[in-house]
Design a protein around this ligand. Sequence first.
Ligand code: URA
Length: 305
Amino acid sequence: MMLLDDRQRAMLAEMGVRVWAPKVVQQPAQAEADAVRAVEPTPVASPAPVRAPIPEQQPTRPIRQESAAPPQARQAPTTPPAPATPPPRPSVSSEGIERMDWPQLEATVAACRACGLCEGRTQTVFGVGSQHAEWMVVGEAPGENEDRQGEPFVGQAGKLLDNMLAAINLSRQAGNSSDDLSDKPAPKQGGSKESVYIANVLKCRPPGNRNPQPEEIAQCEPYLRRQVALVRPKIILAMGRFAVHSLLQSSEPIGRLRGRVHQYQGVPVIVTYHPAYLLRSLSEKAKAWEDLSLALEVAQGSVVE
Ligand code: URA
């Protein structure tokens, strides 16, 4: 029986939902013994272009000033040098990745240069939580805070996500297994929580927090796929458009995909709004709670997929 503390009740009250008491289902720890194979980098024809943020207006040249300058001070027009062709990037080989264990996968992601996002990152953001979690949350991409700290969802959206998870007795910090990725102590408040593993579609921050590009998602997809295969969660919560579209290979709006059970690699997927969107659209929080409740029922096996 789920015991709600004051923080959880406040969270639910904020969402405008009535409290009920879900059952917690335990799953035995997953055995990992996958064979290991190194990834051979293969050249790609052209690198993924990194799109710089487009200014709203083209800057206007100070014509008057320029024509007022004495002729000898004017510079002869020079042709800008042609940009050097960047070397081909090593493409991600999904064949090698699907045999990797956790340390190999994390090291491969940390060294990844398969798309242009590697140029601007401080570090890769691999994932956080228990490797044996029953729940997996998939977000979009690291933002500025995540890029700096190397952990997904550590900004304002992350705080809301943590509160939402706490409301159903889940925590990224739960679990004390020696191979858990989080070395933080379990929270004292609210008793013991079930663990969750959190990862993003992209492991590197898009510059200026722009949207992920299809080529970047395609290059990163084998990493997320392997994370899901290693965690083998009972349920995936896909948060936001890019997570949903990437996992489900669908371009339908979230509003039409939520409320039912989808599948990714044989794992049930529940679609919901991104916490950053919920911060801007408070009225959608009740829908997010409905989505969490559905995910809880699926994880407990009380909803037929
Ligand atoms: N938004 C995401 O989707 N992921 C993060 O890690 C941070 C913000």
